[in-house]
Design a protein around this ligand. Structure first.
Ligand code: ADE
Length: 246
């Protein structure tokens, strides 16, 4: 997969992809991530990427010409002709694990990081395939949102982590994860649940599944509507629901 990030602040995006697991994915060739400076696609002496809004009002708007030229250049370089162009904006569809999975199937993503008060509408209406928001809050620009999307997408690429681990996760299964513990067995008087120390894998598996159900019920009951529960999980859920009613 190839990901081009078009931004006027490439420095913001340098950190997230130069550390840890994403860096490893880049080093192993699972993904190529390019930071593209929008100012490189300006033609004037001042390398101007923004201008005042028609009709007046507060703030500056990203001009269409450099964005068009950047995207056209990146598309022509990719050769595949199947790039998906994404604008990061609070007006986009809400990003979630299903969206991450969908984007992880693409060969080439071109992400445009919005800035200032917005982006010229002609970019939205004719250049962009998809608009994405990472949540109902307003950031100063799309860079941090793009970093979130890239992180969630790259970790789903084949070969990134054991397929089984990816399949087992919260949100993939619509249940939150069970609690995790590591050594020491007793820390400041707090003991690791004995079942986890028992070595009985059937019991451990059951305990974890029930803890997932309980946690989801307590924290994100909305997720339970989508969850496909096994009979013993359903029975456990009914039991904790009854306890609540009392
Ligand atoms: N740009 C500013 N806020 C944003 C958000 N919440 N999601 C995506 N892009 C943004």
């Amino acid at each position: 997969m190839k990901i081009d990030l078009v931004t006027i602040f490439p420095g913001i995006l340098e950190g997230p992809f130069r550390e840890s697991m994403i860096k490893r994915a880049v080093d192993r060739g699972l993904v190529e991530i390019n930071l593209v400076d929008l100012r490189d696609y300006t033609r004037d002496r001042h390398r101007q990427v923004d201008d005042t809004p028609y009709g007046g009002g507060y703030g500056m708007i990203l001009k269409p010409e450099p964005i068009y030229e950047a995207v056209e250049d990146l598309k022509s370089k990719s050769g595949s002709g199947t790039a998906r162009v994404i604008l990061l904006t609070p007006q986009g569809r809400r990003f979630n694990q299903d969206a991450a999975r969908e984007l992880s199937q693409e060969k080439h993503l071109i992400m445009i990081c919005g800035r200032y008060e917005g982006v010229d509408e002609r970019v939205r209406s004719t250049l962009v395939d998809d608009e994405i928001s990472i949540g109902d809050y307003v950031l100063t620009g799309g860079e941090l949102a793009a970093a979130v999307v890239v992180d969630a997408v790259v970790r789903l690429l084949p070969g990134f982590i054991a397929e089984e681990a990816a399949a087992n996760e919260s949100f993939s299964e619509s249940l939150l994860e069970h609690p995790h513990y590591t050594r020491p067995p007793v820390f400041r008087g707090m003991e690791v649940p004995s079942v986890l120390q028992s070595g009985n894998h059937a019991e451990i598996d059951r305990w974890r599944r029930m803890q997932s159900v309980k946690r989801t019920y307590e924290r994100r009951p909305d997720l339970l509507e989508k969850a496909r529960l096994l009979p013993d999980e359903k029975a456990y859920l009914e039991k904790i629901e009854k306890q609540q009613d009392k």
